[in-house]
Design a protein around this ligand. Structure first.
Ligand SMILES: [Zn+2]
Ligand SMILES: [Zn+2]
Length: 346
């Protein structure tokens, strides 16, 4: 089969490799779509090395069709649509036992250590199947939409942390794929006013098309004033940072009302620091949360939202590349063009 193999930093080869053969307890997925994200780019550039095995097949946003069911596996049938949750946890460590499995001390990841979804086929070894990291979706659900389950799962984990209540005003900094998913789930959770900020005109247009009430060009408009004007001077109930720029952290603290909530959802440059005055958090009683990763329950919730047609996947997945062009697809992510890029094996 064809697979995008990470030979070393900066070296991704799309090449022929043996097709995995599922043994007892294992499942084989025929990949239907694997969306790529900034993490793949960081792995490819050698900026992210922890847990990355040289020779691994990249890709962790994996959706496909069950192609073979190993002996003894129940609950799956050939032809089922399925999604792989890329973080495989141990189930027994301190965090796993406290429903914080996404912090599992022994977790391993698809596209880092386990061969990922930028290939024609993807194997779920026995321990992955036993941990129920392969989840079946309803027949007929588009596979490109299902490949959004991983980023959407992370966004749902974020929502659990930052919370949205009926009637809230939410500000989302960044209208890339993650910002647009936050827009969608904030609306579903009851936000009645959503303000999105992004310097890109095309991204603002997409945000508007997907229902953002106000879009702001932060380079040419005063975002703080816009938010104040829209909230009788109070500030937003919640602000989500969906783009990893350090200066946005201090800005987010200013954008929320007294008692408001801020989520540092995006990853920030390694070792960066912000000159935030902690008194802003102290006097304003701001709740600051972060988000990294998701749990298996978020996979299930994300699948339900996608099956129900509540996620505008056809807008968010803006470009499709064939597997042969996996390198170009990952490089395209850094160009800032398009929204979310799916790699679809022919
Ligand atoms: Zn990702
Ligand atoms: Zn664990």
């Amino acid at each position: 089969m064809l697979a995008a193999v990470m030979k070393g930093p900066g070296q991704l080869d799309v090449m022929e490799v043996p097709t995995p053969e599922p043994g007892p307890g294992e499942l084989l997925l025929k990949v239907g779509s694997n969306t790529v994200c900034g993490t793949d780019l960081r792995i490819l550039k050698g900026e992210k090395t922890t847990g990355v095995r040289p020779g691994v097949v990249l890709g962790h946003e994996i959706a496909g069709t069950i192609a073979a069911v190993g002996e003894g596996v129940t609950g799956y049938a050939v032809g089922d649509l399925a999604v792989i949750t890329p973080v495989v946890t141990c189930g027994n460590c301190w965090f796993c036992l406290r429903e914080l499995e996404h912090f599992c001390e022994k977790s391993i990841y698809y596209g880092y250590a386990l061969d990922g979804g930028l290939a024609e086929y993807c194997l779920a070894p026995e321990f992955v199947v036993k941990r129920k990291n392969v989840t079946v979706a309803k027949p007929g659900t588009p596979l490109t939409a299902l490949s959004l389950v991983e980023p959407l799962g992370c966004v749902l984990n974020g929502l659990t942390n930052y919370k949205v209540f009926l009637g809230d005003t939410a500000v989302i900094l960044g209208a890339g794929p993650i910002g647009l998913l936050h827009l969608t789930v904030c609306r579903l959770a009851g936000a009645t006013q959503i303000i999105m900020s992004d310097p890109s005109e095309s991204r603002r247009a997409t945000a508007k098309a997907l229902g953002a009430d106000i879009v702001v060009d932060p380079l040419n408009e005063d975002l703080l004033q816009v938010v104040k004007d829209a909230t009788s001077g109070r500030g937003a109930d919640v602000c989500v940072i969906a783009i990893g720029r350090l200066e946005l952290f201090a800005q987010a603290l200013d954008l929320v009302r007294l008692g408001g909530r801020v989520c540092a959802f995006a990853g920030f440059p390694k070792g960066g620091s912000t000159g935030v005055d902690p008194n802003v958090i102290h006097y304003n009683e701001i709740t600051v949360t972060g988000t990294s990763n998701s749990k298996r329950r978020h996979t299930e919730e994300a699948i339900h939202l996608i099956e129900s047609g509540l996620i505008p996947a056809d807008v968010i997945v803006s470009h499709t590349f064939p597997l042969e062009k996996a390198v170009e697809a990952i490089e395209f992510v850094s160009s800032g063009e398009g929204i979310k890029i799916a790699v679809v094996p022919e």
